[in-house]
Design a protein around this ligand. Structure first.
Ligand SMILES: Cc1cc2nc3c(=O)[nH]c(=O)nc-3n(C[C@H](O)[C@H](O)[C@H](O)COP(=O)(O)OP(=O)(O)OC[C@H]3O[C@@H](n4cnc5c(N)ncnc54)[C@H](O)[C@@H]3O)c2cc1C
Length: 427
C-alpha cells in the first residue's frame, strides 16, 4: 500500500500518464476536467493553448479545432472534445468490471468522508459494498485546502490527500467505487431496495447508506454561471490558488470554510477582501480562525458588504459590491471565492424518506410518530440511530438533519452506521 501510494504521488507530480488535456487557462470547462482528474488521483499532462506554441500543431495532428477545446486525449487514441466527467470515466475505465446486477449487502450513495468511512468499515468487516459517487471521491472535504481539526494530523492535511487515502483504503478492503455516476432514485419494492442510476440501471441492495452531503449556496447574481470556473470558485485549493497568484481576491462568507479559504489564499495572493453580510465574524467562525485573520495584514474583513454585480466577457474582470453605508463601488478583481453554506443533496430521493423543513434527512429519534406513520414504518422496533424512515436505509454526514458539518463527525457517522447495517442485515 505504501509503495502504491508513493508511486501514484510521483506519477501525478510528474504528469506521467495516459491522459493529455489541452485547454485554456480562462476556461471553466478546462478547470472542471482538471479538477475531475486531479480529484480522482489520475495523472495527466496539461498543455495550454494560450501559452504553448506547439499546441496548435498537436491539435492539427488530431484534427481538432481550437473551438473544440478542452480536449482530452486518452492513451494517444481516443480524442474527447469537451467531454463530460462520465465520458472521461468511461474512456479511462474507472468503472470497468463493476457488476450492476449483483445484490450488495450495502450500497453507499456518495463518496465524501461519510460515505468513504462507511465503505472502509463495511468492507473491512466483510460486507459486500458498492459506493456510487456522482463526481469524484472526497466530497466537499476533497475541495478543502487544509483541514486542521481532523484528529491525528497536527500540521493539517489537504482534503485531496485525505480523500485519496480514504479511497485507497476503501478499495484495499474490497469496496467497489463507481465514479461519475449519480443515484437518480431510491427504489423500494416489496421490501427490497435498489438504487437507480441516471442511465436507468438499478443496483439491488439489501441495505442503503445515504451520504450525499450538501451543495453550496449560490447568491442570486444574474450572470453567476457565466463566471463559474472563470473567476468564480467554490473551492480554494492549491489549483485555484495558482490561478490567482499575486492578484487581489474576494472571499465571500462568514463561516469556517470562508476563514480557511482567506488564510490559505493570503499565502499566495496580494490581498484578500473577506466580504461578510453580517456585522461580524464571531457568531459564525471559530475563534482560532478569527484570531489568525486579525493577525494577517493582507486580509481585510468587510462587514455588512455583499456583491451586487459581476462583470467581464470570457473571464471575470470587475466586481461591484455594496458596503455597510449602502454605497455601490466597482473594483477590478478577477477572482471571487464563494464560501456561503450549502443545501442538502436530497432531491434525488423524491420524498422517499422523511426530511426536515430544510430538506435534510431525519434519522433515529428525530423521526416523530407522524413521520413514521406517514412512511408506513413496518418494523416492531423504533428506528436505529442514523436509520431513516425506511428500515435498513441509513443517512450519515452533512445530508442528515442535525449533523455537525465537520469531517470528523461525517467519518464518525459513516463508521457508526455500519454497526446498524449489520443489525438490519440480521433481521
Ligand atoms: C471548502 C470547505 C472547507 C472545509 N473545511 C473543513 C475543515 O477544515 N474541517 C472540518 O471538519 N470540516 C470542513 N468542511 C466541512 C466538511 O468538508 C464536510 O462536513 C464533510 O465533507 C461532509 O462529508 P459528507 O460525506 O457528509 O458530504 P460531502 O463531503 O458533501 O460528500 C457528499 C458526496 O456525495 C456525492 N453525491 C451527491 N449527490 C449524489 C448522488 N445523487 N449520487 C451519488 N453521489 C452523490 C457528492 O458528489 C459528494 O462527493 C469544509 C467544507 C468545505 C466546503
Amino acid at each position: 500500500m505504501r509503495a502504491f501510494i508513493h508511486r501514484r504521488v510521483a506519477v501525478i507530480a510528474q504528469g506521467i500518464g495516459d491522459v493529455l488535456l489541452i485547454g485554456s487557462v480562462g476556461s471553466g470547462e478546462t478547470l472542471r476536467i482538471k479538477q475531475f482528474l486531479t480529484r480522482n488521483g489520475h495523472p495527466f499532462k496539461y498543455l495550454d493553448l494560450d501559452r504553448d506554441a506547439d499546441v496548435r500543431q498537436l491539435l492539427d495532428r488530431f484534427r481538432v479545432e481550437p473551438a473544440d477545446i478542452p480536449v482530452v486525449i486518452c492513451r494517444g487514441e481516443a480524442v474527447l472534445k469537451n467531454p463530460s466527467n462520465q465520458e472521461i470515466a468511461d474512456c479511462l475505465g474507472f468503472n470497468k468490471g463493476i457488476d450492476y446486477t449483483h445484490r450488495r449487502d450495502v450500497v453507499i450513495v456518495g463518496a465524501g468522508p461519510a460515505g468513504l468511512a462507511a465503505a472502509v468499515y463495511a468492507a473491512s468487516e466483510g460486507l459486500d459494498v458498492l459506493v456510487i459517487e456522482a463526481s469524484s471521491p472526497g466530497g466537499q472535504a476533497g475541495s478543502s485546502s487544509r483541514i486542521e481539526n481532523y484528529l491525528g494530523f497536527p500540521t493539517g492535511i489537504s482534503g485531496r490527500e485525505l480523500a485519496g487515502r480514504a479511497y485507497a483504503q476503501a478499495q484495499k478492503f474490497g469496496a467497489e467505487v463507481m465514479i461519475a455516476k449519480g443515484a437518480a432514485e431510491l427504489v423500494c419494492e416489496n421490501n427490497a431496495y435498489g438504487v437507480r442510476l441516471d442511465d436507468t440501471v438499478t443496483i439491488p441492495a439489501r441495505t442503503v447508506v445515504i451520504a450525499t452531503g450538501a451543495r453550496y449556496h449560490r447568491p442570486s447574481l444574474e450572470n453567476l454561471c457565466q463566471f463559474e470556473g472563470a473567476g468564480v470558485y467554490y473551492n480554494a485549493t492549491f489549483m485555484e490558488a495558482q490561478l490567482c497568484e499575486g492578484d487581489d481576491v474576494i472571499v465571500v462568507g462568514g463561516a469556517n470554510s470562508a476563514g480557511q479559504a482567506a488564510l490559505f489564499l493570503s499565502q499566495t495572493v496580494r490581498h484578500v477582501h473577506l466580504l461578510v453580510r453580517s456585522s461580524g465574524l464571531s457568531a459564525s467562525m471559530s475563534r482560532y480562525l478569527i484570531r489568525r485573520i486579525e493577525e494577517t495584514p493582507t486580509i481585510q474583513v468587510k462587514t455588512k458588504t455583499e456583491i451586487v454585480a459581476l462583470e467581464g466577457t470570457e473571464h471575470l474582470e470587475r466586481v461591484q459590491w455594496r458596503d455597510s453605508t449602502g454605497a455601490v463601488t466597482s473594483h477590478d478583481l478577477k477572482h471571487v471565492f464563494l464560501m456561503t453554506g450549502a443545501d442538502a443533496n436530497t432531491g434525488w430521493l423524491n420524498g422517499r424518506v422523511a426530511l426536515d423543513a430544510k430538506g435534510f434527512i431525519k434519522t433515529g429519534r428525530d423521526l416523530t410518530k407522524e413521520d413514521l406513520a406517514a412512511a408506513r414504518w413496518p418494523a416492531d422496533r423504533s428506528p436505529y440511530l442514523l436509520e431513516t424512515s425506511l428500515p435498513g436505509v441509513f443517512a450519515v454526514g452533512d445530508v442528515r438533519c442535525g449533523s455537525v458539518k465537520r469531517v470528523a463527525s461525517a467519518v464518525g457517522e459513516g463508521s457508526i452506521a455500519v454497526s446498524f447495517v449489520h443489525r438490519a442485515l440480521a433481521e
